[in-house]
Design a protein around this ligand. Structure first.
Ligand SMILES: *Cc1c(COP(=O)(O)O)cnc(C)c1O
Length: 427
């Protein structure tokens, strides 16, 4: 069900007209649909249930970095979600949102000693370790704290996710994970470190995958490794396939989560069936974009229309500091006028006020618009607000969550004075 749709020529979020949001909270503002978030999470949870994975059979660990607002985390926590974090800060966010550390897994190539201490002190579920030096540091800190560290090794299965190079992470040349060829040797090291407890295996091959074939290929490689490890007496209790399912930014299709999980569970069930007497393996997921991406829009107001010899520009009050995906990944987001006018459309580049040529949000779009109109930049719920900056001393946007006709301000707009409040002048 689309949670952002037109009624009588006005774009709504659930049952709330976006014009009301702009009036009440100003622009730019991120607007999230609670129903969309819940529905996207349920696609994972329902498939897990359907394929016989109860509480202990599967764990969905929402990737916090895609959208880390406390209200979003709290909602997903209420749905039963665990969390995949990539920093100590994200752990504190999860806890502040009411999440439980016992469902937190900690990914990332550069965990500091302090972050490890913080995570160990809260008894997180698992560290997804990405290198041998990280393993040694974690062993040392766990020893000092007298707490064994539960560990999964992030294996780089060398699978081409066929996505944008900046969001592909599973190839040999990436900084992420432990090379497939070194996986066994690294597990042998982990298995004998006194303060490391090997519990799992994981991978995350990239983001915005529209097809699940690379993910299933990665699964095959993890299964091979688990078999080899078991032969050496290293038991693996969970298999974490990472995140990565994409969303159809440009219309078209992405693989439905239910279909992907059906194929994934079928492979795992077949493998376990062939290993008579094998204990069930817990399956974990780390979805980000597929939960939050299409659940949010960025609401912005047109400041000026500039008609040039070569190009027309719609200059809006949102900018690359609010949404960096177009500038960073050449990302395409649909742009919809909040009020549909019956005037001729013209072709515009939608740009922000920031002093960079890369400050664009959309290019060459046919839009029937006037100065002062509101635009919605669609599918910006993931990697929108979390990647926002204060460049040009621009306060970050407000965030609101819509629940039917109810509107909740879940982050107020940053004021300029807040931006320099922690600075000081020497002398
Ligand atoms: C970013 C990230 C994810 C989430 O990726 P999506 O494409 O948003 O699903 C999952 N796991 C790890 C380790 C990540 O870095």
């Amino acid at each position: 069900m689309p949670h952002f749709s037109y009624e009588d020529g006005v774009l709504y979020a659930e049952h709330t007209p976006l014009t009301d949001i702009a009036e009440q909270f100003g622009t730019p503002t991120y607007v999230y649909s609670k129903a969309a978030l819940t529905e996207n999470y349920s696609a994972y949870a329902d498939a897990c249930r359907k394929y016989g994975r109860g509480e202990s059979g599967a764990l969905i660990c929402y990737s916090v970095k895609s959208n880390s607002n406390l209200a979003v985390l709290n909602l997903l926590q209420q749905c039963g979600s665990g969390f995949d974090i990539v920093s100590g800060g994200e752990l504190l966010r999860v806890l502040a949102a009411g999440g439980s550390a016992s469902k937190v897994i900690f990914s990332g190539v550069g965990k500091t000693a302090d972050e490890m201490r913080l995570a160990l002190s809260h008894n997180i579920l698992c560290f997804n370790v990405e290198s041998i030096p990280e393993l040694h540091r974690l062993n040392e800190i766990a020893g000092q704290m007298g707490k064994p560290a539960p560990v999964s090794l992030r294996i780089n299965p060398n699978v081409d996710a066929k996505t944008h190079p900046y969001i592909s992470t599973g190839l040999k040349e990436n900084k992420f994970g432990i090379a497939y060829e070194e996986a066994l040797a690294t597990y042998r090291i982990a298995a004998v470190l006194p303060h490391i407890r090997v519990v799992g295996i994981d991978c995350h091959i990239g983001s915005q995958l529209l097809d699940d074939a690379p993910l299933l290929e990665a699964l095959d490689k993890l299964i091979e490794l688990i078999d080899a490890l078991e032969q050496e007496g290293i038991a693996i209790h969970h298999l974490d396939i990472g995140g990565g399912i994409g969303i159809p930014y440009e219309g078209g299709d992405s693989v439905p989560v239910g279909d992907y999980l059906a194929r994934l569970f079928a492979k795992i069930d077949e493998w376990r069936r062939l290993k008579h007497g094998a204990s069930p393996i817990q399956v974990m997921f780390e979805p980000g974009r597929s939960i939050t991406g299409n659940a949010g829009v960025l609401l912005t107001e047109i400041q000026y229309l500039k008609h040039g010899a070569e190009k027309n520009f719609a200059i809006v009050d949102a900018a690359m500091n609010d949404l960096i995906r177009p500038a960073m990944y050449d990302a395409w987001h649909q742009v919809l006028p909040v009020i549909q006018h019956k005037i001729p459309a013209e072709t515009y580049d939608v740009v922000g006020p920031v002093c960079e040529s890369s400050d664009w949000l959309a290019r060459e779009r046919a839009l029937a618009i006037e100065q002062g109109d509101l635009l919605a930049i669609m599918s910006t719920g993931a990697y929108g607000m979390t990647m926002a900056s204060n460049y040009n001393t621009r306060g970050r946007a407000a965030e609101v969550m819509i629940d039917g006709v109810n509107v909740h301000l879940i982050r107020k707009r940053e004021s300029p004075s807040e931006l320099f409040a922690s600075e000081s002048i020497p002398g």
